[in-house]
Write a protein that binds this ligand. Structure first.
Ligand code: MN
Length: 228
């Protein structure tokens, strides 16, 4: 599950993040908004946790401004404590372009977050300038292959080889891979064959409000406790 922010404006209707996140980053409101999103996502994910079986993880997108705010690690730690979400159920996503444009984002901060038990994902992987050096500098858990590569899978052998190369590179660095934007059984089959670790996309579920997410999760047979 990935938490996606939408703003239901009283006059303008449903606003996608592209229309307000940039402004919130400019005027600094992204810090309180980001903390609110994190708290909401953690509270909701706490409700999703199955009584038995594998924990259900939630991924939350984080802005570079939040990282730069200085007390981000403390904020995450406090929100986890207040909401009672096990840290292993939280994944923080930061985009590749943000990582590359902000060399001041210290590996230290990322290591501190990981020592809380939270996992870190590089979002939109492959759409930056491919300066792969940051993968040596920053300890991350997941690369999220951008959906543009997943879309191309039906395009033929070269597109498949490219995804294969990303999976191989990530695995050889001890990093797992999530594919974004999986929409067809064909894409799913190829990704499974290539050893991709996680997938997300419309094939598995459309964006939905909390109540519906809980209903759908509870309807999944793999959520039932294993027969003894
Ligand atoms: Mn994301």
């Amino acid at each position: 599950m990935e938490a996606l922010l939408r703003w239901r404006h009283p006059r303008l209707g449903l606003m996608p993040p592209g229309q307000f996140i940039g402004i919130a980053e400019e005027n600094g409101l992204i810090v309180p908004i980001g903390n609110w999103v994190l708290r909401q996502a953690c509270e909701q994910a706490r409700e999703w946790q199955p009584p038995h079986g594998d924990p259900c993880k939630v991924a939350v997108n984080v802005s570079a401004i939040q990282f730069a705010s200085g007390d981000f690690v403390e904020a995450v730690s406090a929100i986890l404590a207040e909401t009672g979400l096990p840290p292993a159920c939280l994944e923080l996503e930061i985009t590749e372009s943000v990582l590359m444009q902000n060399p001041e984002i210290p590996g230290r901060q990322i290591s501190d977050l990981r020592s809380l038990g939270v996992s870190i994902a590089v979002d939109d992987f492959g759409t930056g300038y491919s300066a792969l050096g940051y993968l040596q500098r920053l300890p991350v858990d997941y690369l999220k292959i951008d959906q543009s590569f997943v879309k191309e899978i039906s395009g033929g052998a070269n597109s498949i080889r490219l995804v294969q190369a990303i999976v191989t590179m990530a695995h050889s660095l001890g990093v797992k891979v999530t594919a974004e934007g999986v929409e067809t059984e064909e894409q799913m089959g190829v990704l499974r064959r290539l050893g991709c670790d996680q997938v997300q996309g419309f094939l598995l579920g459309q964006p939905m409000p909390l109540a519906q997410a809980i209903r759908e999760l509870n309807a999944r047979p793999e959520r039932l406790p294993l027969a003894s």
